[in-house]
Design a protein around this ligand. Structure first.
Ligand SMILES: Nc1ncnc2c1ncn2[C@@H]1O[C@H](COP(=O)(O)OP(=O)(O)O)[C@@H](O)[C@H]1O
Ligand SMILES: N[C@@H](CC(=O)OP(=O)(O)O)C(=O)O
Length: 424
């Protein structure tokens, strides 16, 4: 049993779907489960639609029509016969959104979000399963919500591993014996059968859940890059592919923000010692990266950039020390406002934290912190994390930058900085 995961970038248009069909039909494995995300950037568009509906904006129908048109253009390209049953199937999937939009937005926003946004994965998998079948592949469409069970935390469903494992073993394993299963990433369902999502970019995590519960022999994540590189090629000109990576380094890179793999992906597969292969859907025959229980550490320094960072520094109002009690109050407020800390550093009378900038969260957090502490903040910053750093690598990334915060552990260095010109 093996699991493949294809993300939005691999199925952004009809050409992409033809390409992944070639990859799948060339491997022709029975006992293969394929986990697929929404096409291209459709999740972002469905988020826009949700916001427009919740705030009763005028452009609700226009956004919805554009989303439908995007999918129907792809269907027309893949299935020239307009009487193909896929046309009705997709119309029916979108009707679920139609019904919702007809009502006043009185339900909880996170619940509404999940019911709308999940349709991206439903339609992409229906289209791809139908195309695979027409291409002679023994594909069956499977509803991930019958297997991935979560609690009621909409937008951030927490997996019920016991129930998920039981259903996958009992119901999914037999289905994969003679078929190639096509299912959705990113979505699950509550015990009352309402759809949940697992958090943005959560399809890699879905693939890892399926893999662990199937006791699969491998997970392959197909990307638009040749494998895991030592930096995101969008930010760095010279990158190197890392042929072998340990679970430990992979989870550290993902945790610090390397968007190539969702951070929650590694634990389930590491726990079952399942290898994770990251390969290119553009050059499917190329080697990629193998992530395993290897003991060696990364052969080259790796860089992770995050832009749009906020940095806040928190001081007790009476010049007293930052002690455990203050820290616990501070952490509780970060937790309350759902602000995820990227870096932190404390001194005798200050505690500094960087995190992804979100205007609303920042204002609310500062308002709460200011009741007990003096707070200073900066926005528009960059955070670079270097795993296996040395002075040369630090110098390389800090040219023409002002450093606001630098935190070093034995293997990892994090620097919060901004362009020198920005303050002159
Ligand atoms: N260390 C890294 N190695 C390779 N790619 C990286 C790395 N860090 C970030 N990326 C980015 O991850 C992208 C692939 O992830 P993403 O677009 O989320 O794929 P998907 O559509 O499959 O979810 C690449 O295009 C690349 O810009
Ligand atoms: N479609 C979801 C889930 C996901 O993981 O997508 P992708 O594999 O394209 O990153 C999202 O964009 O958040």
């Amino acid at each position: 049993m093996e699991v493949y995961k294809f993300g939005g970038a691999s199925v952004k248009d009809a050409g992409g779907i033809r390409n992944i069909t070639n990859i799948i039909t060339n491997c022709k494995k029975e006992g293969l489960l394929i986990v697929i995300s929404a096409m291209g950037k459709i999740t972002n568009r469905l988020e826009e639609l949700t916001t427009a509906y919740l705030f009763e904006q005028d452009d609700v129908q226009q956004i919805f029509e554009e989303i439908k048109l995007f999918h129907f253009n792809i269907i027309q390209d893949l299935f020239p016969d307009s009487s193909h049953p896929i046309y009705d199937e997709i119309v029916n999937s979108f009707v679920e959104i139609d019904w919702l939009l007809e009502e006043e937005p009185t339900d909880a926003p996170d619940y509404i979000y999940d019911q709308i946004v999940s349709i991206g994965e439903i339609v992409s998998t229906k289209i791809i399963a139908a195309f695979l079948k027409d291409s002679g592949c023994p594909a069956i469409w499977l509803d991930a919500r019958n297997f991935i069970h979560t609690d009621n935390s909409y937008k951030e469903g927490q997996v019920n591993w016991e129930k998920t494992g039981q259903d996958i073993q009992k119901n999914l394993v037999p289905m994969l014996e003679r078929n190639i299963g096509v299912t959705q990433g990113f979505i699950g369902s509550t015990s009352e059968n309402f759809t949940t999502t697992l958090g943005r970019d959560g399809s890699d995590y879905s693939a890892a859940i399926f893999c662990a519960c199937l006791n699969a022999s491998a997970l392959t994540i197909w990307k638009d890059v040749p494998g895991v590189l030592n930096a995101d090629p969008k930010w760095f000109d010279e990158t190197e592919r890392i042929p072998q990576l340990s679970y430990h380094d992979a989870i550290e890179l993902a945790y610090y923000g390397a968007t190539i793999i969702h951070p929650k992906t590694i634990k389930p597969i590491q726990n079952k010692n399942i290898p994770l292969y990251v390969r290119s859907f553009i050059q499917p025959e190329a080697e990629g990266t193998n992530i395993t229980g290897l003991k060696n550490h990364l052969p080259v320094p790796s860089f992770i950039f995050k832009v749009n960072q906020a940095l806040i520094s928190i001081f007790p109002k009476d010049f007293s020390f930052i002690i455990e009690e203050n820290l616990s109050d501070i952490f509780n407020l970060f937790h309350k406002h759902k602000v995820k800390i990227n870096t932190m550093l404390n001194s005798a009378i200050s505690f500094s934290v960087s995190f992804d900038y979100d205007a609303k969260k920042l204002d609310a957090l500062i308002a709460d912190l200011s009741q007990q502490f003096k707070v200073k903040y900066n926005t528009g910053l960059e955070l670079v994390t270097i795993r296996y750093y040395n002075q040369q690598t630090i110098d390389r990334v800090t040219i023409n930058k002002n450093i606001l915060l630098e935190v070093k552990s034995r293997n990892t260095c994090q620097i919060v900085m901004r362009d020198k010109v920005a303050i002159e």
